[in-house]
Design a protein around this ligand. Structure first.
Ligand code: 2RA
Length: 329
């Protein structure tokens, strides 16, 4: 079935990746509409064998026949325009954090909670990139061993901040030129992603904590997080420590993880083989390795999870949600 698709934020890093993923996954598109801020309006974007003029987003943008709109233009644009799109009968899949914790808005990772799409009322939220790649392996383990507590430590690529983050890394510069970070990121790690809150956590850490519980639909899971920016271009890495309620065998953990479509287990320490950011750029899977028992607690494991933060962490997850919507159009 073909759909009329709109992309809001079409010239941004995620917006452009939406188009790449839609094409690679042979998403059937009837009409395509590309929107951006005034700054980028008028630019020409090629998709499949046609050229499209990017239009400036405004209140009338959705009063044409659009089925699904993919948003990646920041929380402000989503807050203002997603409701307008919804009023025009469009289903919005929003990559910003604007709607994620709204109780009436589903927060979806297709490998984890696809059924939550069914109760959408016009807006579906795409989770934070580091959350997406983490909950994919957690889901099957939670179902089998019941997760009691999760400790996240992240190593996040600069592309999570858009082109400005990449420029700061490439320029290795300090001082006023920094677009995105309070300190130099080249040859450095910055334990500060998004703004600090009153409780000493950053918004990025709170996103991982709250989004994990919403997606797994279990508010009893105890979650904490430390999110860190590292001098890597693409590919977030997350060290995940899990304490289960139930006992487990490590072999079973391997078997369960390997059974999940979308997970690739890479774990051969005898040959120095484990997931690394430089190996996942442009890929859509979630890579899991360094799986080992945590001997400091009764039923615990550690694992290392890596994924392309622009693909599975943003664009591909959004397109996968759109694919599920297409079935019900
Ligand atoms: C980051 N997760 O990595 C945030 C937003 N993409 O900057």
């Amino acid at each position: 079935k073909k759909a009329n698709i709109a992309i809001v934020g079409a010239t941004g890093m995620v917006g452009r990746t939406f188009l790449k993923v839609l094409d690679q996954r042979n998403f059937e598109i009837d009409n395509l509409y590309l929107f951006s801020s005034k700054k980028s309006a008028g630019s020409v974007v090629k998709f499949r064998d046609k050229e499209y003029i990017v239009e400036e987003l405004n209140e009338d943008s959705f009063s044409r026949d659009i089925d699904i709109a993919l948003f990646s233009a920041g929380g402000g644009v989503s807050k203002k325009f997603a409701p307008i799109a919804k009023e025009n009968g469009v289903i919005v899949v929003d990559n910003s954090s604007a709607w994620r914790m709204d109780k009436d808005i589903p927060l979806v990772v297709p490998e984890v909670n696809p059924k939550d799409i069914d109760w959408n009322n016009g807006i579906i939220a795409n989770p934070n990139c580091s959350t997406i790649q983490s909950v994919v392996p957690l889901k099957v383990l939670h179902e089998n061993f019941k997760i009691k507590r999760v400790i996240y430590s992240t190593y996040q690529a600069v592309s999570g901040s858009g082109i400005g983050g990449i420029m700061d890394l490439e320029n290795g510069i300090n001082g006023e030129e920094n677009k995105k970070y309070p300190h130099q990121i080249a040859y450095n790690c910055i334990p500060h992603i998004d703004d600090f809150m009153e409780n000493g956590y950053t918004k990025e850490e709170i996103k991982m904590i709250e989004e994990t519980k919403k997606i797994l639909n279990d508010q009893d899971i105890r979650v904490t997080a430390t999110t860190v920016r590292v001098p890597v271009k693409y590919g977030h890495s997350v060290s995940i420590n899990i304490e289960f309620e139930k006992e487990f065998e490590l072999d079973k953990v391997y078997e369960l993880l390997k059974s999940v479509d979308g997970i690739v287990v890479i774990d051969d320490i005898k040959n120095n083989t484990y997931p690394m950011s430089i190996d996942v750029e442009g890929k859509d899977e979630v890579y899991v390795g360094r799986i080992r028992r945590d001997y400091s607690i009764d039923n615990g494991i550690n694992m290392w999870v890596v994924a392309d933060n622009i693909r599975k962490g943003a664009a591909t997850n959004t397109v996968q949600i759109a694919e599920l919507l297409l079935k019900n159009l």
